[in-house]
Design a protein around this ligand. Structure first.
Ligand code: APR
Length: 255
């Protein structure tokens, strides 16, 4: 039987030894950016307390009221220009410098803070705030930090442009790559995610239930965040505390 997770304040645990060649999967959620001043979704005062998900984060909401949806994401774009990465983003970038391609960083966040900390190859499974795409044609998405507060922009093809983010009811990006990285990791770490939104919340459970296809051994699964996530049963350990305080000492990089 799979044992229950050990849930305790982060300081009660030892750092995780990281050797070169170890495959590490890091999944981040809104909690990692909270200390940079970006609001989470489901905490008190979170974004979904002030807006209806159906209105601003579904394809149907966009069809009903494009100006409202663009205002919502434009305000997030304006905020993104003002924020900086915190020690948690920097700790993950340092881990990437040490492990190279053996680190797979997958974020549910649409903000650019991992990249601003120097992380490379981050997979934004829920898209990127600072990119725009067409809702009608297959023109590739493009970098765009403009705010459209009054009139939603249109593509050359005539259809409305939309933020290149993944809304509820849409398929997250990069699922093949994510599946391959999950199946072959030696360590799986989630940082700051309530574990309420699938498929992201199901990744830890996969790792805990199936051995690595590469080594045949089970990977360790670790959660780091303010409180016990909804999918706590999928982790060996839940280390409770702020990401910016726990991440800098979470990994012990060994030569
Ligand atoms: N350090 C670590 N964790 C924190 C911090 C912090 N400083 N502050 C808050 N948290 C934790 C909260 O306790 C909560 O469990 O971060 C988590 C944030 O959860 P959510 O707001 O639900 O965000 P997330 O899990 O990333 O949401 C997933 O849902 O709404 C959609 O597409 C949106 O990508 C998002 C997805």
């Amino acid at each position: 039987m799979i044992p229950l997770p050990r849930v305790a304040p982060g300081v009660a645990f030892s750092p995780i030894p990281i050797r070169r060649g170890m495959r590490v999967f890091v999944l981040t959620g809104a909690g990692i950016s909270a200390e940079s001043g970006i609001r989470t979704f489901r905490d008190a005062g979170g974004l979904w307390e002030q807006h209806r998900i159906e209105d601003v984060a579904t394809p149907e909401g966009f069809l009903r009221n494009p100006p409202l949806v663009w205002r919502f994401y434009s305000e997030r774009r304006q905020q993104a220009g003002l924020v900086s990465p915190n020690p948690a983003h920097h700790a993950i970038a340092r881990l990437g410098d040490f492990l190279g391609e053996d680190l797979f960083v997958c974020t549910q966040n649409v903000d650019p803070l991992h990249e601003r900390a120097g992380a490379r190859g981050v997979l934004h499974m829920h898209g990127e705030l600072l990119r725009t795409r067409c809702s009608g044609c297959d023109r590739p998405s493009f970098e765009d930090d403009r705010a459209y507060l009054d009139r939603p922009p249109r593509c050359e093809c005539g259809a409305l442009l939309r933020p290149d983010v993944v809304w509820f009811g849409e398929i997250p990006k990069g699922m093949d790559q994510i599946g391959a990285a999950v199946a072959s990791c030696d360590l799986f770490v989630t940082v700051g995610s309530s574990g309420a939104v699938y498929p992201a919340a199901g990744l830890a459970s996969h790792v805990r239930n199936f051995p690595s296809v590469r080594t045949g051994r089970f990977a360790r699964t670790i959660y780091v965040g303010l409180e016990r996530p909804e999918n706590a049963h999928s982790f060996d350990e839940c280390r409770l505390g702020k990401a910016g305080e726990l991440l800098p000492d979470l990994f012990k990089l060994e030569g």
